[in-house]
Structure formats: structure tokens, C-alpha cells
Design a protein around this ligand. Structure first.
Ligand code: PA5
Length: 402
């Protein structure tokens, strides 16, 4: 179970106590899915055996006929899968996993160099591709999809390419779904009431993870465990939301999220989107910044200790690290405790979040936990944590130029 330790100072905790009632109400609203785009709250509990089997069957086919599986998506349509792939197992292959295709990512930038290198890297392999886009109309993945489809058609012909093309999209009204139906591409739904950054536990994350040989049922069971534990897991999430709100109200403008395992760095990237896109609105919110310790203690450590104190810190501690090697884990724990003591001496509010391990189940648990934390924090702040009107601004300007 996730455990949170607060080294934030008494005034923050007292302020957090004062918002407990409001936070409880926010949680009840989320659980009742009483606001738009809250379909993610009970999604894991609703996910049927049949839906998981459908994902597993497609993954089995891809595993059988592909050496590479290219996940094409941006933002919430790729960060969750990337986070899980890096996090689960801590980057250590246990030797028991069956062979599975290499997972590559595309369409999360507009770099010709990135995509030229990708195409070169994969052209000799057997390839399947998956276009993941809730709207079906995002420029970056759409452009990459066209390139990868051309490669598939060159290699396998139209019909062969169609059999290796997968789509995850909103089934209601999107043009990608219509195209998939027309061409006979296998498609999976992103429910209309779930936004991109809350979608990792839907086929958006589950299909790539199943292809990578990860037990998606374990992930789902972790998420279900959070929702089934209102006195512990959910109460912990609500408390953390109150503390984050109190830290923000105390004048902090930045939340530095520190992973002590490099394999958790992509998980912090996922958290940056979750917190940043959900809370950064109406001139409010703390800018989330991801760091990896101890690496960044040797670059940003000076600033954190003695620089402009505009930030709080959140440490992600893995209670049971994924590997044992000499004194490393003992030293890493000493680094965490030493950094905590040093930063507390500078009066930095620090929250230490204990994640049990780097298993698939813990990943599911962490995703569900932080999504609840984020939703409740946003509601307490008086913003809508489920929209992202600001993201449209750059798209409008860019599309006008294109
Ligand atoms: O959280 C969000 O909704 C966004 O970050 C989207 O995931 C991102 O913009 C990609 O959108 P789409 O999945 O429609 O291509």
C-alpha cells in the first residue's frame, strides 16, 4: 500500500486539516462521477474480463508476428505506457519473460530527424503499429502515422498493412474510428468520458503493456485495490491533496518531484502532465518539475538548498527496490534521508511517498492514487482538473501557420 510521510512543517498540516471536509466532498463527487470526464474514477472496477481478454488476444497476435510494435501518440496517449514500461521491473529483465516485440514510440514530437532514425532502426523488422489518439485529429501522431503506414504498405501491401494496424480512439464520432472501421483495422475504445492524461489504465496503456509481456490484470488489480480501500488508500490520497493545496496556499509556486530510481523518471514525466495539465489554470497551480536523485543533487542541489525558495518537494521512495547490488540500496536510502534532513534545515516542505515496489500491481496502484490526488486537489483549488483549454492555444497558432 502507498504510504505518505509529511515533513512539511506544522503550519502546512494545520492548514491541510482545515480542508478535510471539502476534500471528502470532492472525493464523493469523483466517486459518483458527478462531473464531466470522471469516467476514469471507477473504470478499473468496471473493466470486464472480456475487455481484458480482447486486449490480450490482440497482444498475442502482435507478439507472434512482430519484432517491433510502434506506439504512436502524444501527451496522455503515450506518457502512461512509457512510464509503465520503464517503471515495471525497474528496468531489470528477470530472464523469465517470454520474448516480446521491442516497443518504440512515435508521434510525440515533429522532428524529422527522430522519425527518420526510427524508420531506419525498424525497417528490417516485422512491424505492427498502433495509433493512439482520443480525438483522432492531433497533428503529431497523425503525421507519424502516415509515415509508418507508408512503410507498412511498402513492406506488406495494403491488406498486409491493414492487418498490422491498430487504433485506440474515442469510438464516438472521431474520424480515426471511422477510418479504422472502413479499413478493418482492429480498434479499441478510449471512453468518451475519460481524458488523455487519465487514460493509462484503458487500452491506451494496457494494449502496449500487454504486447510488452506485462500482466495487465495485475495493473488493474492495483488500481482496484485503491478504490476498494476508502479508509486507507483513498483517505491517504485525500490527505495528500489537502497538503498540496495547503503548500500552494503558503505561496509555493513549484513542486519538485524527485525519483530515487532512474526507472521511475518516466513515471514522474507522467505525473508532470497529470498535475500540470490538470491544475495549471486561471493563474493557479504549482509548476511540477521532475528530477532524478541523486543525479540532480549534483546539478540542481545547490539551488534547492540555498536558492529562491519558491518550491516544495515530493520524494518517490521505492520501499522494496527492484534489485540488490552491493551497498547501493543502503546508500540510496541514506541519500534520501540525508537530503530530507538537509532540505528540512532550509525549511523546504517535503512529502515522502512510499511506493511498495516496482511491480505491475504497484504501478496500477500508483496511477489510481495520483489521479485521485490530482482530481481532489484541482477541485479544492476551484479549477476544472479535467479540461485543458490552454493546450489548444499553441495548436491554433501552429495550424494557422501550416
Ligand atoms: O490529457 C490530454 O487530454 C492531452 O494531453 C492529450 O492526451 C494529448 O493532447 C493528445 O491528444 P489525442 O489523444 O486526442 O491525440
Amino acid at each position: 500500500m502507498i504510504n505518505v510521510n509529511y515533513e512539511t512543517g506544522d503550519s502546512i498540516l494545520t492548514a491541510a486539516d482545515a480542508c478535510a471536509a471539502g476534500a471528502g466532498e470532492a472525493l464523493r463527487a469523483l466517486r459518483a462521477e458527478a462531473m464531466p470526464f470522471t469516467g476514469w474514477v471507477n473504470y478499473a472496477e468496471r473493466l470486464t474480463d472480456e475487455a481484458m481478454s480482447d486486449i490480450e488476444q490482440a497482444a498475442a497476435k502482435i507478439r507472434a508476428d512482430s519484432g517491433v510494435f510502434v506506439v504512436i501518440g502524444i501527451g496522455g496517449s503515450y506518457l502512461g505506457a512509457k512510464a509503465a514500461l520503464d517503471f515495471i521491473g525497474g528496468g531489470i529483465a528477470d530472464g523469465s519473460a517470454e520474448e516480446h516485440p521491442r516497443i518504440e514510440f512515435a508521434g510525440f514530437n515533429l522532428s524529422a530527424a527522430y522519425h527518420a532514425a526510427l524508420l531506419k532502426r525498424i525497417e528490417g523488422d516485422d512491424i505492427s503499429i498502433c495509433h493512439i489518439s482520443k480525438s483522432g485529429g492531433t497533428l503529431e501522431p497523425g503525421t507519424a502515422f502516415d509515415l509508418l503506414r507508408s512503410l507498412l504498405i511498402r513492406k506488406y501491401g495494403e491488406a498486409g498493412a491493414d492487418a498490422r494496424t491498430y487504433v485506440v480512439t474515442d469510438p464516438q464520432g472521431g474520424k480515426l474510428k471511422a477510418m479504422a472501421d472502413e479499413r478493418g483495422w482492429k480498434s479499441f475504445p478510449i471512453p468518451s468520458d475519460i481524458g488523455g492524461r487519465y487514460s493509462v489504465l484503458t487500452p491506451v496503456g494496457l494494449l502496449p503493456l500487454a504486447v510488452a509481456g506485462i500482466d495487465i490484470r495485475e495493473i488493474v488489480s492495483g488500481a482496484r485495490a485503491v478504490m476498494g480501500a476508502p479508509e486507507t488508500a483513498l483517505a491517504g490520497a485525500v490527505r495528500l491533496a489537502c497538503v498540496r493545496k495547503a503548500i500552494q496556499d503558503s505561496g509555493k509556486a513549484v513542486e519538485v518531484i524527485a525519483a530515487f530510481e532512474p526507472a521511475a523518471a518516466s513515471f514522474t514525466d507522467w505525473m508532470l502532465q497529470l498535475y500540470g495539465e490538470s491544475e495549471g489554470k486561471d493563474g493557479k497551480g504549482m509548476l511540477p518539475v521532475g528530477v532524478v536523485f541523486t543525479r540532480d543533487l549534483h546539478s540542481l542541489g545547490q539551488f534547492l538548498q540555498e536558492g529562491n525558495q519558491i518550491f516544495s518537494e515530493t520524494f518517490l521512495r521505492i520501499v522494496k527496490p527492484p534489485a540488490e547490488l552491493g551497498d547501493m540500496n543502503r546508500f540510496n536510502e541514506a541519500a534520501l534521508r540525508g537530503t530530507l534532513a538537509a532540505h528540512r534545515s532550509a525549511n523546504i516542505p517535503v512529502t515522502v511517498i512510499d511506493l511498495p515496489d516496482m511491480s505491475a500491481r504497484s504501478f496500477g496502484e500508483a496511477v489510481q492514487f495520483f489521479e485521485i490526488v490530482c482530481g481532489v486537489t484541482g477541485i479544492l483549488m476551484g479549477v476544472d482538473p479535467f479540461n485543458q483549454p490552454g493546450v489548444e492555444a499553441y495548436k491554433r497558432e501552429m495550424m494557422a501557420l501550416i
